[in-house]
Write a protein of this length. Sequence first.
Length: 140
Amino acid sequence: MSEPYSVRVTVRGYEIDVQGHLNQAVYLNYAEHARWSLLRAAGVSQAGLVGRGVGPVSLETTIRYHRELLAGDEVDVTCAFEWGSGKTFRIRQEIRRTDGTVAAEIIAVGGVLDLTARKLVADPREVFKEMATDLGLFGL
């Protein structure tokens, strides 16, 4: 896949802080929205994950803010999975204005939790390979 998955979001007035720009915590909401949108686009549903006895978990998130966002701004939130050899994976995301200006970069470390054992599954790629209808969205 040449371009990462992306979803468009409009900054809403109630998400603005006292300085007049997007509240810092809302960036996390946008990132999470893009991740779940990618999962749905790839054919992986929340109900399907729970039915299989697993769920994605966030283990670490780093946000680097570059430019402020204001009410009414339209942004594209990207999402690209990066796979290693262990129980975790990275998700690289950007929040970009429609003119291409990067407002924030987000790097998340995640895993897939076995809901019964309460431990990370050994190879999260296998879970997505079994469930997804579009592995390309996961970079697999």
